[in-house]
Write a protein that binds this ligand. Structure first.
Ligand SMILES: [Zn+2]
Ligand SMILES: [Zn+2]
Length: 427
């Protein structure tokens, strides 16, 4: 969308200026990659949901139903649709899409509606450089009595959850299946671990150990996923820092990138898992599934629950991380640069939750410490050379539009930078 403006500006500049200008004006594509519809446990038709996101100015959307793609023939009883989406859910659908679009069969209480497929509804919604739908699935697995959910962005064929004796095994098995499909189809797929604290399912140690996984949800708008943890459990952001530190210190493995999503289920009625709470901004010129997925896989994105960044620049030569906040009037911004130093003591204590289950262990506060706090719209962090990695969290004074956390204000999270994977000796 912003691309048009940039291209028009480019005409007036010489070739030498082009690179500078492009560097100054990155194109960010806004998207949500965790969304549920009637195809599984959401409470509206997929095309109704997609048009909501489109109208709100999102550039792309992945519909991610549980263990199913919006593909093939699926009929649903009208009574069931109404009990989930409300008495007027069909009327709203008819009003938006008309009689000819809504396919029914049967009469009276036996009446059913066929859910339209992605192939069918994407035609009326997608627009070049304006709006894109990416085929996706929430691979919804279970192991050791807890949910292991992983979102496969840009998947081409449905993957049934593979299970495993442990959470780590289940994650590994699903990652392997996705990697195999990506190789076979030649299409990039990003498989990210969802809501680690939903059912307190995945510990920081699990997340660290499964090094093939490179992505984790660090904010999820579903109110039931324990983003902040509790007395027994670390917050999701802390889990992210612990896992990244373990990887860099002990496993010679790269850190995870943090993803913000909606995990929306409820689009009307009193449901609490609503859209519009968190998204990712991907630095990508092309609004096209493979390009977006590739940029995500490279970590060229940030996550947001409201704060917009004009730019995020890690300059390895200058040894600095600089952000430019797209400031709103009357709002102030504070950036915390969070990271772990190489001198960290990674010893930890075992912890058991009240129910006796093993949870993320207790580490020193130096793991994922606040290394600097900077106010204003152009925060810069200068590396001292002893950091394992540094990431930034921008917090604004503006109240979140639809909060799930106490006193929540808008935020943005950038990815860990300045890290290097040092191979372990003897490997
Ligand atoms: Zn889930
Ligand atoms: Zn979900």
């Amino acid at each position: 969308m912003k691309k048009i403006t940039v291209l028009l500006m480019l005409v007036a500049f010489s070739v030498a200026d082009v690179a500078t200008l492009q560097a100054e004006e990155p194109v960010w594509q806004k998207g949500n990659i965790h969304t549920h519809t009637f195809w599984s446990d959401g409470n509206d038709f997929p095309e109704m949901i997609a048009s909501w996101y489109k109208q709100k100015g999102y550039d792309f959307l992945a519909l991610t139903d549980h263990n199913i793609l919006s593909k093939g023939e699926k009929w649903m009883p009208v009574a069931q649709l109404k009990s989930r989406g409300g008495a007027d859910v069909i009327d709203k659908y008819l009003k938006a899409y008309g009689d000819e679009w809504v396919v029914t069969r049967g009469e009276a209480e036996k009446q059913e509606i066929r859910l339209r497929t992605l192939e069918e509804f994407r035609k009326g919604l997608e627009q070049d450089e304006e709006f894109l739908l990416i085929q996706s699935e929430e691979i919804s697995d279970r192991s050791q009595g807890v949910p292991v959910h992983m979102n496969a962005t840009n998947i081409q064929e449905v993957i049934a959850p593979l299970g495993g004796a442990t959470v780590r095994e289940a994650m590994t098995n699903n990652l392997r299946a996705v990697a195999e499909q990506a190789r076979r189809t030649g299409k990039p797929i990003v498989l990210h671990l969802n809501h680690p604290n939903f059912g307190y399912a995945v510990t920081a140690e699990d997340l660290a150990a499964v090094v093939q996984e490179r992505f984790v949800e660090i904010y999820n708008g579903h109110p039931g996923v324990n983003v902040l943890g509790d007395d027994d459990h670390a917050s999701v952001e802390k889990i992210w820092d612990i896992a990244n530190t373990i990887r860099l210190v002990q496993l010679a493995a790269p850190p995870l990138f943090g993803i913000g999503t909606d995990d929306s289920h409820h689009y009307h009625g009193r449901g609490t898992s609503r859209p519009g709470r968190s998204w990712i901004m991907v630095r990508c010129d092309d609004l096209e599934p493979d390009a977006i997925t590739t940029k995500i896989s490279q970590g060229d994105f940030y996550s947001s629950s409201g704060v917009t960044l004009k730019d995020v620049v890690y300059n390895a030569k200058k040894q600095q991380l600089a952000l430019t906040v797209d400031a709103e009037e009357g709002v102030s911004y504070t950036t915390r640069f969070i990271g772990t130093r190489k001198t960290v003591d990674l010893s930890s204590k075992q912890k058991k939750a009240a129910n006796g289950k093993l949870v993320t262990r207790i580490y020193s506060d130096d793991v994922g410490a606040v290394l600097a706090t900077v106010k204003g719209t152009n925060p810069v962090y200068k590396f001292t050379g002893d950091e394992l990695y540094v990431r930034a969290v921008v917090t604004s004074t503006k109240a979140h539009v639809d909060p799930t956390l106490p006193n929540q204000t808008e935020q943005a999270w950038t990815q860990p930078v300045g890290w290097a994977v040092t191979p372990r000796r003897g490997r």
